[in-house]
Design a protein around this ligand. Structure first.
Ligand code: DX5
Ligand code: ZN
Length: 220
């Protein structure tokens, strides 16, 4: 985690019949992290992957595994995901009634602790946790699916969170997720984001995974 900016490739748009190969391709192309989108069909309408997939990703790569938990009662699953090999666990403020404790629990496993908020959630909801978080994720789509359109109103939200983090002297990653591509990444960078999640722009890039990563990287 030494770079000033990181690209986190979300396997949600990968070809799961060739997941290992695709991860290896992303790693060889110099992506920084692998983003794993965990969805439970309750907090978000879609159902995706669990600790089992994280365990296989851990075997497939040395890249840090940036695990995004879009699930209800995430505290129940922190230990299983940490044991499976997650490097960081990011939990939604909408799902954590006792966020201080949840972040503490995540840190106790050795994972970095992230806090995330949906586009419709007021930023004030994450403010009490900014000093504790190792990563703050601002969603730029409503979570549930890859391939959705970027919400331009999220730019101002990133600017706002950047100011808050700077005022606290926090060195937390400021991550953005949803609709990140060569057009939107520069806007989010300008707003102060430091970690960029992309699924479609990498794994569904018509020129291939390597080209997708290279074109995003060239903007950082
Ligand atoms: C959305 C997920 C994202 C998603 C991003 O619910 O959290 O990580 O995979 O996909 P793109 O980059 O296609 O918007
Ligand atoms: Zn995500």
């Amino acid at each position: 985690m030494m770079n000033k900016y990181v690209i986190s490739s979300s396997i949600l748009s990968a070809d799961f019949t060739r997941l290992g190969e695709q991860i290896a391709e992303a790693e060889a192309a110099g992506v920084d992290w692998l983003h794993v989108d965990v969805m439970d069909g309750h907090f978000v309408p879609n159902i995706t992957m669990g600790p089992f997939v994280v365990e296989w990703c851990r075997k497939a790569t040395k890249l840090p595994l940036d695990v995004h938990l879009m699930i209800e009662n995430p505290e129940r699953y922190i230990e299983p995901f940490a044991k499976a090999g997650a490097s960081g666990l990011t939990v939604h403020v909408e799902t954590c009634p006792d966020m201080h404790n949840t972040l503490k629990l995540i840190k106790s496993t050795g994972c970095w602790a992230g806090v995330v908020l949906n586009p419709g959630t007021p930023i004030v909801e994450i403010e009490p946790f900014l000093t504790e978080a190792d990563l703050v994720l601002v969603m730029s789509v409503n979570p549930g699916y890859s391939g959705q359109s970027f919400m331009p109103e999220s730019i101002a939200r990133v600017t706002h969170v950047r100011k808050k983090l700077d005022a606290l002297g926090s060195s937390a990653w400021l991550e953005v997720d949803g609709g990140i591509n060569t057009e939107t990444l520069p806007k989010m960078k300008e707003a102060g984001a430091t970690a960029f999640v992309a699924a479609t722009a990498i794994f569904k890039n018509p020129q291939g995974i390597e080209a997708g990563i290279r074109s995003l990287r060239s903007l950082l």
